[in-house]
Design a protein. Structure first.
Length: 551
């Protein structure tokens, strides 16, 4: 006789939490950066040995600055706003309507926007990019030194660089779609961005070799061809994943505005702020392009390439993961604990890098740089970048990721005013350091490139000051009654500078390790034999592991 009792329903797999999704995202992004940077590291080593410093300076400083300006000003404000947007119903309730109705709300998020409004706003960066690129290229060509513009294939190479930026902006709606999916489509992003870096490096090296063997000697054009090839790969991978439907077409839904008013206001505020933010972020490259000759620009570019490896492999994925997590789930109990741990970790770099970089970097420079680059400003620039700028860059990225996820348009405008103040601090610091760059009596000898990085450190400190003030205000005024005991504990820690800094045991260990490492550097003849070199580097590695254990 058949049973009349209903069969038990199959157990459903629980949906991943926002924290779990963020951790998976962060791990994937770190692996993406690690693998692509390791693969492209060898190719960049070949480029450094094939391309003269003048070409490297033009491509990596000037052309790359033009591209990053077009991309940042065109999409950054819109992108950050869309990541915070909550999806509302479209013209008809779709299968995701129940999911949308239970999404956690908080007072810091934007209002709900329909998918049509989100897609329409995601298409804006391309059209804005056409205008921005015209303005940026005009200013660049008008202020360009003749020695730079007279290089072979200069205009064609510049055209390819700008076109690559527009190709990236054209697929911005697909990028937004990948990040806004639940969970985010990390697979497509990893393949797109990782493939872009590899394709760009491979095609650039292959083009340099091809033009050289063909007797044409056109390395600048080779860089441009590689840049365009990378952008084509990026666009192709997203198009393969999502198709071309809706690209570059702004569609208005029935009975609704073309853009969600709250979302548009936030995007406009972010975009206005991005102008100041970009000027500050790229102030060093803007300045070095104006005050340094082309060969020194090449040395500076190589130093930035190596120095930014750490930032790109670890800090950039960390910042993007935090931004994604905070934007999606700002009011969760994990927000305060994750933010505290990230800031606390970053504060240790303020001790470790100044202690370990100066004695160890000279030992690895012969591996990184060919002789003609070691005779430029690259060695000094790389040391200052690693020991001073990298730890501040890490801390600033974490704090500004939280600000971008939690700030209202009014607070974004306030941050823009602080950024204007930090730009004044940059100019004042740079002028002071160049003016007092050579004082033999007290042992001060600063090159222009080193002064640029130290001035960038000053402006970053100003930005950190405001962003941390925002964190303190947020957890003091806005979250006193939300969450449980854990939220209260970590909120209190975030408001205490002493709690965020390393313990005194770490301070003592790092100071002793740094002094001991300098003694080993001076005591052994590490330049004369591999055994002595291995002794120095091995000592640094051992002391580093000890300090990590104490942390």
């Amino acid at each position: 006789m058949p049973s009349t009792s209903a069969a038990p329903a199959p157990a459903q797999t629980p949906a991943p939490t926002s924290l779990a999704t963020s951790l998976v995202t962060g791990r994937a992004l770190v692996l993406l950066q690690l693998l692509t940077r390791l693969l492209t590291f060898g190719l960049n080593q070949a480029l450094v040995r094939l391309a003269p410093p003048e070409v490297f300076g033009t491509a990596a400083i000037q052309f790359d600055l033009v591209c990053s300006t077009v991309l940042f000003l065109s999409r950054e404000g819109v992108r950050n706003a869309l990541l915070r947007a909550k999806s509302g119903p479209t013209q008809a309730n779709g299968p995701d309507s129940d999911q949308n109705s239970v999404q956690k709300e908080d007072k810091h998020a934007t209002g709900k926007a329909s998918e049509d409004q989100i897609a329409a706003l995601a298409s804006v960066p391309f059209y804005l990019g056409v205008l921005v690129s015209a303005i940026v290229v005009t200013i660049y060509l008008y202020t360009l030194p003749r020695s730079t513009s007279q290089q072979p294939d200069f205009l064609l190479s510049l055209l390819l660089y700008v076109s690559s930026s527009l190709v990236e902006l054209a697929i911005e709606p697909l990028y937004i779609r990948a990040l806004r999916s639940d969970p985010p489509n990390i697979r497509a992003r990893v393949q797109a961005e990782g493939g872009m870096a590899i394709v760009k490096a491979v095609i650039t090296v292959a083009s340099v070799v091809f033009f050289e063997r063909a007797g044409r000697g056109r390395p600048l054009l080779a860089f441009a061809v590689g840049q365009m090839a990378g952008a084509v790969w990026l666009a192709g991978r997203y198009v393969f994943e999502y198709g071309t439907k809706g690209l570059l077409r702004i569609k208005k839904g029935q009975r609704e505005n073309l853009f969600d008013p709250q979302l548009l206001a936030l995007a406009m505020a972010n975009t206005r702020q991005s102008v100041v933010k970009h000027l500050l972020t790229e102030a060093d490259r803007i300045a070095v392009g104006r005050i340094c000759p082309l060969d020194e620009q090449g040395g500076y570019a190589v130093a930035m390439n190596y120095g930014s490896l750490v930032a790109r492999i670890i800090f950039q994925p960390l910042e993007e993961t935090l931004l994604l997590h905070f934007s999606r789930d700002l009011s969760s109990a994990s927000t305060s604990s994750i933010l505290y741990m990230a800031i606390h970790f970053s504060s240790h770099l303020l001790l470790l890098l100044p202690a370990f970089v100066p004695p160890l970097l000279p030992a690895v420079l012969p591996i990184l740089l060919p002789r003609r680059y070691r005779n430029t400003s690259a060695p000094r620039t790389l040391e200052v970048y690693l020991k001073a700028y990298i730890p501040l860059l890490s801390l600033n990225g974490i704090l500004e990721a939280f600000h971008a996820s939690s700030a209202s348009p009014k607070q974004v405008a306030r941050q823009a005013r602080w950024m204007i103040a930090s730009s004044a601090a940059f100019v004042l610091a740079l002028w002071s350091m160049i003016e007092w760059s050579d004082i033999p009596v007290i042992g001060i000898h600063l090159g222009k490139e080193e002064a640029l990085i130290y001035a960038s450190c000053v402006t970053t400190l100003v930005r950190i000051t405001y962003a941390y003030w925002h964190v303190r205000r947020f957890f003091t005024r806005l979250l006193p009654s939300q969450g449980g005991e854990d939220v209260a504990v970590f909120s209190a820690k975030l408001r205490s500078v002493r709690q965020l800094l390393p313990r005194w045991q770490v301070w003592v260990a790092v100071l002793i390790s740094g002094a001991g490492l300098r003694w080993v550097q001076n005591a052994v003849a590490w330049q004369s034999s591999w055994k002595q070199w291995a002794l120095l580097v091995g000592t640094g590695g051992m002391l580093g592991m000890i300090n990590l254990g104490i942390m």
